[in-house]
Design a binder for this molecule. Structure first.
Ligand code: CP
Ligand code: NVA
Length: 304
């Protein structure tokens, strides 16, 4: 049996992704109705975090507990990974003891190596290149508020970072148009953009990307690991803020999202963040439901 991993959205078929979103919505409804049935008693999730987290840690840890299982939080300064034990050895050993592992790390090659040596499913909980779990939550949120995202226009405003690159994969898998507005020199990876073909367009003008969009998305200007560039990036990204003025270019019922943590007054205005109608808090909550659906899918696939 081949172990299924979730290192990017491309590890699932479009049909599987649709199924995951539908299941996440169903699991959310069951949880709210108090009819959830824990099916994974004694299952253990290993959580490797080489970067900080609020949402990812809580949603995975709460999620596996709600499914009947347990989580082990592994910070680099508390494991031998942090003292240089090879990724290959760590993956072999950890996977011999737990049922599923999530990894938040720097280079995407690290998680690829980890998955290669793991005997259980590995989930990408963010690398420098991709953040696919966040996309499950984002698409779930869009579907809940507006129905299918197929054929819609999404505008990405800001850095061509791990979230932007995940949106490119999402455009391919969920079949929507993606207009990316980023300053010159901050574009997403060329190969990835090429792979998406006509679905993805890049501009340096935010209002052009936002024009007639159904959804606007942004993220921090300096990601984890880029802290030293923070001040310089603040200058380079000036004008790339999602705010009321930019929203005027989008469709009148357009939604806006942010994976959080957000910097009010930088990539998003305080006014939009604090708008009582924002779906951003649902987007954050949906990490829980989407990842429960994902863990269920991977654990059931591993059982064969
Ligand atoms: N959006 C997200 O992944 O948040 P955390 O960094 O808090 O996990
Ligand atoms: N692009 C951000 C996302 C945080 C959830 C980062 O990598 O820090």
């Amino acid at each position: 049996m081949t172990i299924r991993h979730f290192l990017s959205l491309m590890d699932c078929t479009p049909a599987e992704l649709q199924q995951l979103i539908a299941r996440a919505i169903e699991m959310k409804a069951q949880r709210k109705a108090g009819t959830e049935t824990p099916r994974f008693n004694n299952h253990v999730l290993g959580m490797v975090f080489e970067k900080s987290s609020t949402r990812t840690r809580i949603s995975f840890e709460a999620g596996i507990a709600q499914m009947g299982g347990h989580a082990i939080f592994l910070a680099p300064d508390h494991t031998q990974l942090g003292r240089g034990e090879p990724i290959e050895d760590s993956a072999r050993v950890m996977s011999s003891m737990v049922d599923v592992i999530m990894v938040r790390t720097f280079g995407h090659d690290i998680i690829e190596t980890f998955a290669e040596y793991s005997s259980v499913p590995v989930i990408n909980a963010l690398t420098d290149d991709f953040h696919p779990c966040q996309l499950l939550a984002d698409i779930q949120t869009y579907v809940e508020y507006r129905g299918s995202i197929q054929g819609k226009k999404v505008a990405w405003i800001g850095d061509g970072n791990n979230m932007c690159q995940s949106y490119i994969n999402a455009a391919i898998q969920f079949d929507f148009e993606l207009a990316i507005a980023c300053p010159r020199g901050f574009e997403p990876g060329t190969d990835l953009v090429k792979k998406a073909g006509d679905r993805v367009r890049i501009t340096t003008i935010p209002s052009k990307a936002a024009k007639d969009a159904d959804l606007l998305v942004t993220d921090v200007w300096a990601s984890m690991g880029q802290e030293k560039e923070k001040v310089q990036r603040r200058r380079q990204f000036a004008g790339f803020q999602v705010n009321k003025e930019l929203m005027r270019h989008a469709k009148s019922d357009a939604l806006y999202m942010h994976c959080l943590p957000a910097h009010r007054g930088e990539e998003i205005s305080a006014e939009l963040m604090d708008n009582p109608d924002t779906v951003i808090w649902d987007e954050a909550e949906n990490r829980l439901h989407a990842q429960k659906a994902l863990m269920e899918f991977l654990l059931l696939a591993a059982k064969g």
